[in-house]
Design a protein around this ligand. Structure first.
Ligand code: CO8
Length: 379
């Protein structure tokens, strides 16, 4: 790499989005859960009875009204309550790569970028469809990249921001000049739709972010001013699904009941209370290190997990109640899409800003993990 490549400034050239056509409203979701609970209670008269879910609770506690999923019919069938995806042969693209490719193509088109210019693909998501070959390598192949490299990375809800910092570091060091970070999140595959505490939380989507050296970026782009990552161990959000589970000798897991510890579980109230101050403090300290205050920030694109969390974090950072214009939400229609949430918010709500405006993409979630990306618009 040349000397100029080693000192390149990383920018976000574009983003891309793939949204599944199927949607599930809170009303549909709660109706199906309550039918399941009634059937379970009738079939298990000696067990602790399951309590109905409620549309009012879901919207009030989370801000979620609806979510997109790849296939709604089996999820809503009280006799199944799991997604059903056709098993694909090895010579057909996998489902996770397919939706990732769709988001990447959208990002490439939005930047007017030829795939031949792209050096690397990082597939950054909460769950990977398989161990190997890496999803990123399959996406790279499907996009028609005949050089470069790809790998997978998982930092749960913070996967996208960790991917952005990794890509930005490659660009600063000269190891790459154009990097696609792609976040295919098929959360429906790892959500326990029979668990009243969490059945409403997640949705499916894929996002992609094209991070490039400034000298090759399109005229309109977002210059990355600084990135910062943080992790702090917590058991409050867990996913115990893993390849060693069969080694425990417990036999097949009973899928019929409401609680299945091999799927997503969390202590939502504790997460809320612990993550809000952690993230607020992190944003303020990072902004300060860049010579910025809340008053300098035109918009916050926060992780989309809970509307109340975002209200509190925005208030702490901006010093006043945030409007939808200050801190847009997509939670109402997409629900929590893990790492993709803040990127969807950015994708849908950045074009109206002006040259010189400064904004922040911020993620937070399991680990705990959190990531900040401060940017200035260039147009
Ligand atoms: N319907 C009706 N009532 C309900 C329901 C329901 N569906 N669920 C719970 N309740 C009841 C409870 O039983 C409780 O009743 P009681 O007071 O009588 O005991 C009452 O409502 C209050 O329950 P909670 O305290 O649990 O409710 P909260 O107000 O805390 O709201 C939330 C729950 C919405 C989950 C909230 O705590 C929250 O959003 N917390 C933040 C969570 C968060 O940000 N998590 C991040 C996780 S995502 C991530 O990092 C990576 C995940 C990777 C993807 C995985 C793919 C699947």
């Amino acid at each position: 790499m040349s000397q100029s490549a080693q000192t390149a400034i990383p920018v976000i050239s574009s983003t891309g989005l793939y949204t599944p056509a199927d949607t599930i409203s809170n009303e549909e979701l709660v109706e199906s859960f309550n039918a399941y609970a009634d059937r379970y209670n009738a079939a298990h008269p000696d067990a602790e009875p399951l309590t109905h879910s409620s549309v009012e609770f879901v919207e009030k506690a989370s801000g979620i009204k609806s979510r997109h999923v790849i296939d709604k019919s089996a999820i809503l069938d009280p006799d199944i309550m799991e997604p059903r995806y056709r098993e694909r042969p090895n010579d057909e693209i996998s489902l996770m790569a397919e939706i990732g490719v769709a988001a990447c193509r959208d990002a490439l088109a939005n930047a007017g970028r030829d795939i031949a210019d792209v050096d690397a693909v990082l597939c950054a998501a909460s769950n990977m469809q398989r161990g190997y070959p890496a999803m990123a390598v399959e996406i790279q192949h499907e996009l028609g990249m005949v050089r470069g490299f790809g790998f997978d990375m998982n930092v749960a809800c913070s996967s996208a921001t960790f991917g952005i910092q990794t890509a930005a570091d490659y660009i600063r060091s000269g190891n790459a000049r154009s990097v696609l970070v792609v976040n295919p999140e098929i959360t429906s595959g790892h959500l326990n739709w029979r668990d009243r505490d969490s059945h409403f939380i997640f949705g499916d989507v894929a996002t992609a972010i094209l991070i490039e050296a400034k000298d090759m970026a399109p005229a309109t782009h977002w210059e990355i001013l600084g990135t910062r990552l943080k992790t702090q161990f917590s058991n409050n959000i867990r996913n115990n699904f893993g390849f060693l589970n069969r080694g425990h000798g417990n036999g097949p897991v009973d899928q019929s009941g409401p609680h299945n510890d091999k799927l997503f579980v969390q202590e939502g109230r504790k997460v809320f209370k612990e993550v809000v101050p952690m993230v607020g403090q992190m944003i303020i300290e990072h902004a300060d290190s860049l010579g910025l205050t809340g008053a300098d920030l035109r918009r916050l694109w926060l992780h989309q997990a809970n509307a109340g969390m975002n209200r509190l974090i925005s208030h702490k950072v901006l010093g006043h109640e945030a409007s939808e214009d200050d801190s847009p939400t997509v939670l109402d229609t997409y629900a929590n899409t893990s790492s993709a949430g803040s990127i969807i918010a950015f994708h849908k709500h950045n074009e109206d800003l002006n040259a010189g405006d400064i904004g922040l993409i911020c993620s937070f979630g399991a680990g705990y993990s959190a990531g900040c990306v401060f940017m200035r618009k260039v147009a």
